[in-house]
Write a protein that binds this ligand. Structure first.
Ligand SMILES: [Zn+2]
Length: 125
């Protein structure tokens, strides 16, 4: 319990915890957000289906979204669809992490492996 409290730490006010997000996903999502030039904004504060708005890390398109998918218990990244020149990327959180920040993905993958949520039947290779 003590460990959990440390992990959820001081930024809870800025970055609410969503009921079904795993602590590993949350930890790496916050690390990714920290690397952004403009911090992603919580567009819809609904703990059941939150949406973050951010610049696409691949093509820079503003108003791209990170959408929580409750049935899959993961985030899906969607490049902005407002402009045809946008890269139109769509991917779930582990692949987003892998593409955006390969070094961070390696330690994420290791933590997922450690708790037994990689490979067949999971969204992390
Ligand atoms: Zn894009």
């Amino acid at each position: 319990m003590h460990l959990v409290l440390i992990m959820y730490g001081e930024d809870d006010a800025l970055s609410p915890m969503f009921s079904n997000e795993s602590y590993i996903d949350r930890k790496y999502r916050l690390e990714l957000f920290d690397s952004c030039m403009y911090a992603p904004k919580l567009k819809r504060f609904n703990p059941a289906k939150p949406i973050y708005e951010l610049d696409c890390p691949f093509c820079g398109a503003p108003k791209s979204h990170l959408v929580w998918m409750p049935h899959k218990r993961t985030w899906k990244f969607l490049c902005s669809t407002k402009n045809r020149r946008n890269c139109q990327s769509q991917m779930e959180f582990p692949i987003l992490l892998k593409t955006w920040c390969p070094e961070l993905f390696l330690s994420y993958q290791w933590e997922r492996f450690d708790v037994g949520t990689t490979g067949a039947g999971f969204n992390c290779p």
